[in-house]
Design a binder for this molecule. Structure first.
Ligand SMILES: NC(=O)c1ccc[n+]([C@@H]2O[C@H](COP(=O)([O-])OP(=O)(O)OC[C@H]3O[C@@H](n4cnc5c(N)ncnc54)[C@H](OP(=O)(O)O)[C@@H]3O)[C@@H](O)[C@H]2O)c1
Length: 338
């Protein structure tokens, strides 16, 4: 099968950073689906995994953790899907990724593709939707049925892939009042169209800007960019007994003592946790992806595609990695077909 893979971990402008390769087609066992990939999306995790280091892979390593495709075959223990089903999923960071014609994925982390979307528009969603859903509803404990409606959330990084779906879920399901960072006219316009109530500029004083909007504190904070830089402002702005969730690794110690007097909480979201640790509730990702598909098909939320970079090959994926690494992407990059 065709695939895009790496053997060496190189800067993206190196000619061998990503390679077009031919690999054996895998076979489904256990609870795995064998999926014929139709479209993929690209995420910062791709360039973070690819980041330069001395390690060398003896067999080419396939990256990519967002896909939409069709089930080609199923393992003997599969109960949720059958061959021919159209699916979308992010997959498992510990296994080969989706930048290949065929991929194995555990059925418990796969959803039925939204009927109303083509494969490329569907591929934009899974990784970011799982992240945003788990952050909002599982980690912050916000009600999906409106019990927290009217409370405030501050989102750092609203125009990115995760922010673009988080804004929609926070508005449509939770009814939150959403303040988000967006530093450019085009990212401000994008987040407002998705449902943000107000924007602040992350290149300026976020605390002062949120307070100028009339909010001394926010009930929830979601950090989707640069936890090191933004944590002090979030600690200042979080309400007494409020909750902060971040999805971005810190590189310096965080001053958690800043939250003590407010009895505020801090929690991580990592969307690969359930698959990585095979948690007993990993089927929750199957369920939430199906709920995302229903929300899409009923018109309550929309896909977050920002750009289509053409067919799936090393040249186009290198272009996508380079764009994402620049940190200015609005919405998601998708690629389709081989
Ligand atoms: N833990 C998990 O499970 C998980 C899952 C998904 C992603 N992530 C991580 O979350 C981060 C965001 O992912 P993503 O896909 O949303 O990224 P992305 O699409 O690349 O985000 C790009 C957006 O970030 C904004 N931005 C750039 N620099 C910023 C800064 N210093 N502060 C605030 N906003 C800034 C930009 O908008 P403006 O500058 O115009 O405002 C741009 O639109 C990445 O680090 C990714 O690895 C973690």
């Amino acid at each position: 099968m065709k695939a895009v893979a790496l053997t060496h971990y190189l800067p993206i402008d190196h000619p061998d950073a990503l390679l077009d390769v031919d690999l054996p087609k895998p076979q489904a066992t256990g609870r795995d689906l064998l999926v014929k990939i139709e479209a993929i999306a690209v995420n910062p995790v791709d360039y973070k995994v690819r980041s330069p280091k001395d390690k060398v892979e003896t067999t080419p390593r396939v990256l990519g953790w967002d896909a939409a495709g069709v089930v080609e075959a199923v393992g003997p223990e599969v109960t949720l899907f059958k061959p021919g089903d159209a699916v979308f999923y992010a997959g498992d960071i510990t296994r080969p990724g989706s930048n290949a014609e065929y991929q194995l994925v555990d059925e418990r982390i796969v959803g039925h593709k939204p009927d109303s979307l083509n494969f490329a528009d569907a591929a934009a969603l899974p990784l970011t939707a799982i992240t945003a859903w788990e952050a909002l509803f599982d980690r912050l404990g916000i009600s999906k049925t409106g019990a927290d409606a009217g409370k405030t959330v501050l989102i750092i990084g609203g125009a990115g892939g995760v922010g673009s779906i988080a804004i929609q879920l926070a508005k449509e399901l939770a009814g939150l009042k959403i303040i988000t960072t967006a530093s450019r006219p085009e990212s401000r316009e994008w987040v407002k169209q998705l449902g943000a109530d107000a924007t602040v500029d992350h290149t300026g004083d976020v605390v002062a800007q949120v307070r100028a909007l009339g909010h001394q504190y926010v009930d929830y904070a979601l950090c989707f960019n640069d936890t090191d830089a933004h944590f002090p402002a979030l600690a200042e702005l979080i309400a007494p007994q409020g909750m902060i969730a971040t999805i971005v690794e810190n590189t310096r110690p965080l001053r958690l003592d800043a939250l003590k007097s407010k009895s505020a909480g801090f929690v991580w979201e990592f969307m690969f946790t359930r698959a990585m640790f095979q948690t007993p509730d990993m089927i929750e990702q199957h369920k939430l992806l199906n709920e995302i598909a229903t929300l899409i098909d009923s018109g309550k939320i929309k896909t977050t595609v920002g750009a289509h970079y053409g067919v799936i090959n090393a040249a186009n994926l290198k272009h996508a990695h380079a764009t994402l690494e620049a940190g200015k992407m609005i919405g998601k990059i998708v690629l389709a077909g081989f």
